[in-house]
Design a protein around this ligand. Structure first.
Ligand code: GLU
Length: 492
């Protein structure tokens, strides 16, 4: 059996959004499912749309997701386009170069092959001529496109020219899409499209066919927006006498409002999700599920990477559009957070705590980590939950103390009694703290909740916090007492 080879072929035009991430995941999963190879190819033929740093961004994002391509641009290649950096992976591979701007001679060679066989032709129409054609077509309300003027003119190779594909008019075409099934075009309304520009650079339609062929790609997976280009690609394959790979188009990802998600409309970029404290595995799991299901009657939604690799097949990809629901991703992320070990969770959260300007303290963190892990749905939620553990100066919502029978004099009394008991306490365990403080409620004729609320605000600054007695125990006697006294001072 031939090796399954898939590729992710992004154009480095900016960030990686939900749709792009999903395409990469699916192509990677499919290759790994079959024990095959996953390639990264950079499609930078549209030089005007290039964004500096975008190649690095793509590679680093894949790294963060734990996806290592089997073949990808080498370091030398990255350097050549000015996107080399410390820690850049040096992958390379037998079918390089993997950056299209480094493959120019090959595209020109294939374009000439197409011209020689009569499947394509040189065209030297000037911009003015094309503009006139367009104006005339508009006037006659015809669909716009190249008139075909140069089809039989045999333009000489030494004149400035573009190379156009001769697209048969009114031919019908069909192919079997790996996800959408049989797709048929009754007539190809496309006009003779440019394959090679006058500066010798290829257009997407030529480069993608040459590369998928030369790189031995067996399965093309890409977003549905490319479906309309497929007949052109198939014509090029046919003209060259090459067998096309299997091709499958992933349905569009919609927002919960039923509209297509796009960079401009609600599609979060992968780095943003990372900064918001989403875990790579949760994103991978959720985005894969958008267009794939493990089979009838399976309720399972949470899959380890290994499980996804084992179960992922194209025939279980949905042909209908998928929906990206941020609430569902959030839910799944919380689930993944709870499944981490304490060590993994701590390692993941530390950079977020430090980024919030807090000083991480292992001893204070340990007693509360389980509680925090149980509640956090993203890592970015954690610092504001636990800031009082990692800072000397806390801000207090003092007026929140006054509720359910607690007024300023009562609050003061609660804090004074707490202070004297804390001073006397030798064992600062959470059970000892609870035994010492709880009775104050009854002594003052208050409910336990509002009474402890006063102490909680004094010690943590918050109305809602991780468990109070564990927090006091974690902070220790000295700090706890300082905070109770500060709150007394603030009460006046
Ligand atoms: N370069 C195209 C993109 O940016 C990829 C199209 C394809 O996969 O054939 O999405």
């Amino acid at each position: 059996m031939t090796e399954v080879r898939t590729r992710f072929a992004p154009s480095p035009t900016g960030l990686m959004h939900v749709g792009g991430m999903r395409t990469a995941f699916v192509a990677w999963l499919l290759a790994k499912h079959h024990g095959g190879k996953f390639l990264l190819r950079i499609e930078d033929t549209d030089q005007e749309r290039l964004v500096p740093g975008a190649v690095r961004f793509i590679i680093e994002e894949l790294q963060w997701f734990g996806i290592v391509p089997d073949e990808a641009p080498s370091r030398a290649e990255l350097k050549e386009i000015g996107e080399d950096w410390d820690g850049a992976p040096d992958l390379g591979g037998p079918c390089g170069p993997y950056i299209q701007s480094h493959r120019g001679p090959r595209y020109r060679e294939v374009a000439e092959m197409l011209v020689a066989s009569g499947a394509a032709y040189r065209c030297d129409c000037t911009a003015e001529m094309l503009a006139e054609d367009r104006a005339r077509q508009q006037e006659r309300k015809e669909s716009p496109g190249y008139s075909g003027r140069c089809r039989d003119r045999n333009v000489a190779a030494d004149k400035p020219h573009v190379v156009r594909l001769k697209i048969p008019h009114d031919a019908s075409m069909s192919f079997d899409d790996g996800i959408k099934g049989k797709i048929t075009w009754d007539s190809i309304s496309l006009r003779d499209t440019v394959l090679l520009k006058s500066d010798g650079l290829p257009l997407y339609h030529l480069a993608v066919v040459v590369d998928d062929h030369d790189m031995g790609i067996t399965q093309v997976l890409r977003g549905e927006e490319w479906l309309a280009s497929t007949p052109i690609h198939l014509l090029v394959y046919k003209a060259l006498g090459w067998t096309p790979p299997s091709i499958a188009h992933l349905p569009v990802v919609m927002g919960t409002d039923g509209k297509k998600l796009s960079k401009r409309r609600g599609a979060p970029a992968s780095n943003l999700l990372r900064e918001q404290g989403y875990l790579a595995d949760a994103i991978l799991n959720y985005l894969t599920l958008i267009g794939w299901n493990p089979g009838e009657g399976t309720e399972q939604e949470v899959f380890s990477r290994q499980e996804l690799i084992e179960k992922f097949t194209l025939d279980r990809c949905n042909s209908a559009n998928g929906v990206f629901d941020p609430a569902k991703l959030l839910w799944m992320n919380g689930l993944y957070i709870r499944r981490l070990s304490v060590e993994q969770f701590t390692d993941a959260v530390k950079p977020f705590i430090e980024k919030a300007g807090l000083k991480f303290d292992e001893a204070r963190w340990r007693p509360l980590v389980a509680h925090v892990q149980e509640r956090a749905k993203t890592l970015v939620e954690v610092p504001p939950m636990v800031d009082y553990l990692f800072t000397d100066k806390i801000a207090r919502e003092m007026k929140e103390m006054f509720q359910k029978g607690v007024d300023a004099p009562k609050a003061k009394e609660i804090l004074l009694r707490s202070e004297s008991r804390l001073v006397a306490l030798e064992d600062f365990s959470h059970t000892a703290l609870e035994a010492a403080l709880r009775p104050i409620a009854e002594e003052l004729g208050l409910k336990v909740g509002p009474m402890l609320g006063v102490v909680r605000i004094a010690v943590t600054g918050k109305k809602v916090s991780p468990p109070l007695f564990e927090s006091m125990s974690a902070l220790g006697k000295e700090v706890t007492l300082v905070r109770v006294r500060e709150a007394l001072g603030e009460l006046g």
